[in-house]
Design a protein around this ligand. Structure first.
Ligand code: GLA
Length: 390
């Protein structure tokens, strides 16, 4: 079983010392997709799928990394962080690079990574590793970095070292998650508000398409560029406009309609921000059914206008859409694979998963994995037994 005991044991076996351990969750996002890097709103939550990171100091300038998931080790020199090939180590080394750039006194350390956030499923495992690294190193070297600054450091690491021009949603959810609440985050100001999400009788079910299209990375960055192109077209007429957050449909119709692709991308984002704000009102009124309808609308927009869905995700949505036990469904996260998020009546969950698994295999030949997600607190330092003595 994953957990503090397991990583503590692993770490002791490898490094013969007691580590500092942090636990940082993955995330779901109820609504508000591809809005974060457009200065819009998102509605994520931290979940019970967790990354554990254990660290201690070394007496040299080396970083010894181990990822239990891949059973792989890597040694990096703190003075030469850049590497040729991108892989899981980039999430750690990218954070170290950011800390050094900001003159934080980081020297050599051992780090072991473990956890049960499925990789490539759209639950932001990479952001969780980045946040766990900065959180652990802040504790280990007594850097006193605030949570907001940790979010910023992890975000920059992803953008500059990994190269994904993502927004801050994933990191923010991992660091600021609150049990049984979703976070309504304004990505322009970083102001946020918690909304209770403990619906009696419903469950959040993640259905993993089990695929990750290779396009995901480059197409994500392309979408961001297309959104910026739309903003540039509007700025020629409305110089005060800074991002799609300041744009309305009328402006798009007037100034962007000639470029169909850019228009569609921008239209989705503008509509999605509106849907999210209306969805928050639904949650406040405890009207989960009205909220669920908005999730379908989001999927349609992501699939037809923003074009980040794929055949397998569309199949998953189609398979459950008319099921009376399903309140809302849509693809979640960056797209091109990963999971759908489904709000399902509790007493329908088992049968739904059973049925969808069979139909999905029949239609795609792929295995479907299903996860129940509960909403939990964000990053924290884990209690350790601290028993090592040599
Ligand atoms: C990925 C990115 C986030 C966000 C989502 C789409 O998860 O890391 O910043 O843009 O895609 O909403």
């Amino acid at each position: 079983m994953w957990g503090t005991d397991r990583i503590e044991r692993l770490f002791r076996q490898m490094h013969h010392a007691d580590p500092l351990i942090v636990r940082v969750p993955g995330r779901i996002n109820l609504i508000g997709e591809h809005t974060d890097y457009n200065n819009g709103f998102v509605l994520p939550a931290a979940i019970d799928k967790t990354i554990y990171v254990a660290v201690n100091k070394r007496n040299d300038n080396k970083i010894h990394l181990h990822a239990e998931e891949y059973n792989e080790n890597y040694i990096a020199d703190i003075e030469k962080l850049r590497q040729q090939k991108f892989n899981w180590t980039s999430y750690v080394l990218g954070v170290v690079e950011q800390l050094l750039k900001s003159n934080y006194p980081v020297t050599g350390f051992n780090i072991v990574i473990d956890g049960d956030v499925p990789v490539g499923a759209g639950m932001a495992s990479s952001a969780a590793i980045e946040c766990a690294t900065v959180f652990a190193l802040s504790g280990l070297f007594d850097l006193g970095i605030s949570r907001v600054d940790m979010v910023k450091i992890a975000h920059k690491a992803e953008q500059e070292f990994v190269g994904l021009q993502c927004g801050i949603m994933d990191m923010f959810s991992s660091m600021f998650g609150k049990k049984d609440h979703v976070i309504c985050l304004d990505c322009r100001s970083c102001e946020y508000e918690y909304f209770p999400f403990k619906q009696d009788g419903v469950k959040i079910v993640l259905l993993n398409s089990s695929i990750r299209h290779s396009l995901a990375f480059s197409e994500y960055n392309n979408r961001r560029k297309e959104c910026e192109e739309g903003v540039a077209l509007i700025q020629q007429h409305h110089p005060q406009v800074q991002s799609l957050r300041d744009v309305n449909i009328e402006m798009l119709d007037k100034h962007v309609a000639h470029n169909k692709t850019v228009y569609n991308r921008c239209r989705f984002v503008v509509e999605e921000n509106g849907r999210l704000l209306a969805g928050c009102v639904d949650l406040q009124k405890n009207d989960i059914h009205a909220f669920g309808k908005k999730m379908y609308a989001t999927h349609k927009g992501l699939s037809k206008l923003f074009e980040v869905s794929c055949a397998e995700l569309d199949i998953l949505v189609e398979l459950v859409k008319n099921n009376p036990g399903v309140i809302g469904t849509r693809m979640m996260g960056g797209g091109f694979g990963g999971c759908t998020i489904n709000i399902v009546k509790e007493d329908s969950v088992e049968e739904l998963i059973y049925d969808v698994r069979a139909s999905y295999r029949e239609k795609t030949g792929l295995n479907l994995s299903a996860y129940m997600a509960s909403i939990e607190d964000g990053a924290c330092i884990a209690e350790t037994a601290g028993l090592y003595n040599e």
